[in-house]
Write a protein of this length. Structure first.
Lengths: 209, 229
């Protein structure tokens, strides 16, 4: 019974670990970019500008804000062939303009719509892989929960980011079990576990007190 | 102790076999040694990441439940030898005995009025210095454990991307490099696990299927979305 349990945990540890390993790499590699606010420039950023006219706009535009505004602008963006996660929409009343930031990991698009002429200037910037990793690391994030995750792909990413956390918790607990079964490694493992706990709590205490 | 992953392949010199067996044994040992040492760091970043991704979870609320204290102090106005806003902020911070990372969030419009923030996990200090009156008002907000956890996850000392700022508190630097070390440890654990899996011939195919599936889904988000849309 215990042998079967051990083999089951070992297999789950292996296969679930292999499945989430690319996600762990994404989160781990992007740490260096986030912590040091640095991006390697593997390829140069490219930028394109195009103009689209005769765009449909929601009739109740002045009364909308937040998520309802984003939802109402979806057909407009679709007509302009711009897809992705819509950020905070700026309505410049005086200039009669809407500025809509749209992101796909590794690409930033700014759609500036002239409300009077229903014409949009679309600036697309390809920001590269490192930026894509950072944007995935920070998604969905703590800011703007009312408007975030308005694109189905990013909703799926939120689910995957959560799954990565749950699987990391399972893999770490199962890893402790698999280590503890190895009697010969218990003493060294205990020392390292204790050293890790001391480093972590010591640092957290020093930072917060 | 011999590992189940140790090879016994024929056709290689005993020396090469010994080196390979030693590499495999240490790869396996280091995999769980790194995991055990980094366990609490991993749990912090995993759990706080989950909390950050779910700001609607009411039980993790920290800002509304903060404890606020306000006080005023007299200070000696920093002399001409103290250069720049950061230098002045450091000097005032030293006089107040507050430790933490300085944040210069507002543009200074008056020479005698100087506002800045000092942050460290669990504590936020909003400092307003009136240099003409030689007085400083401090608003101190202390947050709960959820707040400490969230700030630890994001406490890099560089708040805005590409901001012309650098870390000015030694502990921020230590924490930032600890984050790097945890990330490097995780990368090592992933690579060492791939090696251990590959050395198990009977598990290569099912392992390749799940690793490919994970890589495909992950790759779709990292590069694929740009091709598709």
């Amino acid at each position: 019974m215990s042998g079967r349990f051990y083999r089951l945990i070992r297999d789950l540890h292996l296969y679930l670990g292999l499945f989430i390993s690319p996600f762990v790499l994404v989160f781990a590699i992007s740490v260096f970019f986030v912590v040091h606010s640095w991006r390697p420039r593997i390829a140069s950023e490219t930028s394109t500008i195009r103009v689209v006219s005769a765009l449909p706009l929601p009739g109740d535009l002045p009364t909308l804000s937040g998520r309802p505004l984003i939802d109402a602008l979806k057909p407009t963006l679709e007509k302009a062939d711009v897809r992705g996660e819509v950020g905070f929409v700026r309505h410049m009343v005086k200039e009669e303009k809407l500025i809509i930031p749209v992101t796909i990991p590794g690409r930033e698009t700014t759609v500036t719509i002239s409300i009077a002429s229903r014409e949009a200037t679309i600036v697309t910037r390809e920001t590269g892989l490192a930026d894509a990793l950072v944007s995935l690391h920070k998604s969905p994030g703590q800011h703007g929960p009312d408007i975030r995750m308005n694109w189905f792909c990013m909703r799926a990413w939120r689910w995957l980011a959560d799954a990565t956390v749950y699987l990391i918790l399972f893999i770490s607990v199962s890893g402790i079990y698999l280590w503890y079964v190895l009697r010969a490694e218990r003493s060294v493992g205990c020392i390292l576990l204790l050293a890790g706990a001391l480093s972590f709590f010591g640092m957290a205490y020093a930072l917060s007190h | 102790m011999r590992s189940a992953t140790e090879p016994n392949g024929p056709g290689k010199s005993p020396n090469a076999r010994r080196i390979r067996a030693g590499f495999e044994r240490w790869n396996r040992k280091l995999h769980f040694y790194a995991g055990l040492f980094l366990l609490f760091f991993m749990w912090l970043f995993a759990f706080s990441g989950l909390v950050l991704n779910h700001p609607s979870w009411g039980f993790t609320e920290f800002w509304k439940n903060r404890k606020q204290t306000n006080y005023e102090r007299e200070i000696t106005v920093p002399g001409p030898e103290v250069k720049g806003d950061l230098g002045q902020a450091r000097e005032i911070q030293r006089q107040l005995g507050i430790a933490g990372e300085i944040l210069l969030t507002t543009t200074r419009t008056e020479t005698n009025q100087f506002d800045f923030q000092v942050r460290r996990p669990g504590h936020f200090f909003f400092i307003k210095a009136d240099l003409a009156r030689k007085r400083v008002t401090v608003q101190q907000d202390d947050v709960n454990l959820w707040g400490v956890m969230r700030v630890l996850h994001t406490f890099t000392g560089i708040p805005v991307e590409n901001a012309p700022t650098r870390r000015d508190w030694a502990l921020t630097l230590v924490w930032a490099y600890s984050m790097d070390a945890v990330a490097a440890g995780l990368i090592f654990m992933v690579l060492s696990s791939w090696y251990m899996w590959f050395e198990l011939p009977q598990k290569r195919l099912p392992g390749a299927v799940v690793l490919s599936l994970g890589s495909l889904i992950c790759g779709l988000f990292c590069v694929g979305l740009r091709w598709l849309f």
